[in-house]
Design a protein. Structure first.
Length: 707
């Protein structure tokens, strides 16, 4: 039996009434690679939003969704989930990959044991203890992880506490990556990684490592980790320790296909060798391969007009006779071939691999832990950072008062707001409002006058090149991927840039009233650069653009969202620049009568908009927000009509006041307010219209009236 793991998404549906949850994934290529392996009846775990949902796979809608039945929900953060022994936490720490793609564990987990531990909040603990002081402690409980360290603070062993004694962990050598290293060595490793910006949580690990060092240097013999993420990142972080070895170990990609048109891979694996198929080429390169080097057999070919590379086998060089032809190799058992989406620089028969990202992808399995709601990661990667599932370019459009800006502020901005302990810890967005004088120089880059130099006012007028709001947004987006600037991002190689930008948190630029400016003039060359597939990190990225003023290289990163609002009463979509319309997703927001609580006012609102729709069209409808009262208060309809709605309708019916009056009168007549309100000219106000409440005279009942 297999077990399916995934990170919850916005499109996932959990139905508490039917106890089902639906997992959706629009990326078709993952269906063949991952989902096709699943069988009906196998268990799945879906994590997110502070819960873990577990159920049995019931139905599969090919290339669309998986539906799980008999779902049980557990209020668990991912870090607590990975602190339950029943789910093999060290092995399944590669759940981090479930953010980008789901993960299948080739084995059946003990669900009842998991359920019992989750309900009882029975989480295992993770300790480092000096080996000569283990017997001093009685706090250990079954399944706790114990890492022993000696007097020189060298990591010695990795065990599980069971029934009063320590048992070696069966997969120790696959996981215990700090074995034989001192705490000082590991700190140096992570400092090197952090300096190279090759691992996003490296600086957090340095802080934690120094806490561990200080604990033992102060005389203590025990350190207990606060979370699974902290424990795993220090003790089992293969990725970080791999980076520290890149300069010490050598990695090579080799071919197995010569002029005889025969693939020799199976022969090499069976005989434990690799051979250079040429007598007059690559002999120096083969002789230079050190014993102990990692080696992988590759096949480079073209697929769908794109160069790809298949990794067919991996192993370690055990002998090099220096004959330019032969290497002895111990090949990995049960190796599963896989593809990488690059081949540049690796077409030759033997190639040295030196880029850390390529070394990691080819020679190391991705087993970094699931950190998304880990407290340990908060100092570098903010907690509760939501992976935003939105189109890159969106415009919310509709008539006034339909909730466009409200949706931006209350639905979209929270997606780009980082929180820790329910408090805002960072904002990944900028907000601007366009106006008729807004220009390219304000938006991208322009030359502006200054009268101050180094903070001091000068009588001499100077000019300086100033980046605009959009340029700054692009800079902030690439900085979230670890780059110092746009120029730094553009200077990187395409594959590394693609990986960094696609894994980075997302940034947003919110543009209110986007249609009030001259869009073509403001966006300029961005009309092309904002397309999804032309952005930095995309398949057909454009990197050759230079800004006309500063001549700086420029591009739009794929982790930047442009989200605008548009009032159709000012300008219809039909009047927008066609090039802009093709590059944005347009989401229409129309008046919603269901949110108006008062039945009589709701009926008037509906009738009013029916008549406007008939006379002016839907671009000029009146939005529901005008008719919504503050919480725990009643709406003053006369005030709303006189101060908001009638001035708006006056613009709609400019120089046609009588048409407007007739429209309001008809709406009142058709609604439940026909005896409660009226529209009339105010006395002595030079024909000022007013919407007034009608006083209904009371009837006095007397004895005579009853006769």
């Amino acid at each position: 039996m297999q077990t399916f793991f995934a990170k919850i998404k916005i499109l996932d549906q959990y139905n508490e009434a039917t106890r089902t949850i639906t997992w959706r994934d629009p990326q078709i290529d993952r269906w063949e690679k991952t989902y096709s392996k699943l069988q009906i009846g196998e268990r799945g775990f879906i994590l997110g939003n502070g819960f873990v949902y577990s159920g049995i796979l019931a139905t599969v809608a090919d290339k669309d969704s998986l539906t799980f039945k008999d779902v049980e929900a557990f209020e668990l953060r991912a870090d607590h989930f990975l602190s339950i022994d029943a789910i093999s936490p060290e092995i399944n720490a590669q759940l981090k990959g479930a953010i980008a793609s789901p993960y299948i564990f080739e084995g059946d987990l003990d669900y009842e044991a998991f359920k019992k531990a989750a309900q009882e909040r029975d989480f295992i603990n993770f300790h480092i203890v000096k080996s000569d002081a283990i017997e001093d402690y009685t706090i250990f409980k079954n399944n706790d992880r114990i890492i022993t360290i000696n007097e020189e603070l060298v990591f010695e062993d990795f065990c599980i506490f069971q029934d009063g004694s320590l048992s070696p962990f069966t997969k120790k050598h696959d996981l215990f990556n700090v074995e034989g290293k001192s705490i000082y060595d590991v700190i140096q490793i992570f400092e090197l990684v952090n300096a190279g910006k090759t691992l996003k949580n490296a600086s957090t690990n340095v802080i934690l490592l120094n806490r561990i060092k200080d604990t033992f240097e102060s005389g203590s013999t025990l350190f207990t980790f606060d979370s699974f993420a902290g424990y795993y990142n220090i003790i089992h972080n293969k990725s970080a320790l791999m980076y520290s070895r890149v300069s010490l170990e050598s990695y090579f990609l080799v071919g197995a296909y010569w002029d005889d048109k025969y693939d020799h891979s199976d022969k090499f694996i069976k005989e434990g060798i690799w051979q250079n198929g040429y007598d007059d080429k690559y002999t120096k390169e083969v002789n230079a391969v050190p014993v102990g080097s990692k080696i992988a057999i590759k096949a480079v070919y073209t697929e769908a007009k794109e160069s790809v590379m298949k990794i067919k086998a991996r192993g370690t060089v055990t002998a090099n006779p220096k004959d330019g032809k032969n290497l002895s190799v111990t090949w990995e058992n049960d190796f599963t071939p896989f593809k990488v989406n690059y081949s540049g620089g690796y077409w030759k028969t033997i190639n040295k691999v030196s880029k850390p990202d390529h070394v990691k992808e080819i020679f190391f399995d991705n087993d970094e832990p699931f950190l998304e709601d880990s407290e340990e990661a908060a100092e570098v990667v903010p907690t509760e950072t939501i992976k935003v599932n939105l189109p890159a370019n969106v415009i919310l459009y509709g008539p006034p008062g339909t909730g466009k800006t409200y949706k931006v502020l209350n639905e979209y901005q929270p997606l780009f707001t980082d929180k820790k302990d329910d408090k805002v810890s960072g904002k990944r967005y900028n907000f601007i409002t366009f106006h008729s004088n807004y220009s390219y120089e304000d938006f991208i880059e322009g030359i502006k006058p200054v009268l101050a130099v180094e903070g001091k006012v000068s009588s001499e007028l100077r000019f300086t090149k100033e980046p605009g709001i959009f340029y700054k947004a692009c800079e902030k987006a690439v900085q979230l991927a670890g780059y110092s600037s746009l120029e730094d991002c553009l200077a990187d190689d395409q594959e590394t840039r693609r990986k960094k930008l696609n894994k980075a948190p997302q940034f947003a630029l919110f543009i209110d009233e986007i249609n009030r400016a001259n869009i073509s003039r403001v966006f300029g060359e961005l009309i092309t650069l904002i397309e999804d597939d032309k952005r930095l990190g995309a398949k057909h990225e454009i990197t050759e653009t230079r800004l006309p003023s500063s001549k700086k290289p420029f591009g739009v990163p794929c982790n930047l969202h442009i989200i605008g609002t548009m009032n159709t009463a000012d300008k219809s979509i039909a009047l927008l620049d066609l090039a802009l319309r093709r590059r944005f997703i347009f989401e229409e927001l129309l008046p919603d009568a269901t949110v108006i609580n008062d039945p009589a006012q709701r009926s008037f609102f509906i009738e009013l908009n029916k008549l406007i729709l008939k006379k002016k069209g839907k671009d000029f409808l009146v939005g529901h927000s005008y008719f919504l009262a503050e919480e725990n208060s009643a709406i003053d309809l006369a005030s709303v009509m006189n101060n908001k709605v009638i001035p708006l309708l006056t613009e709609y019916f400019y120089n046609k006041e009588q048409d407007m009056i007739s429209l309001i009168e008809q709406a009142l007549k058709n609604s439940d307010l026909k005896h409660s309100f009226a529209i009339e000219y105010a006395v002595n106000s030079f024909n000022k219209l007013q919407f007034v409440k009608v006083s209904v005279p009371s009837v006095i009942i007397t004895d005579e009236s009853l006769n």
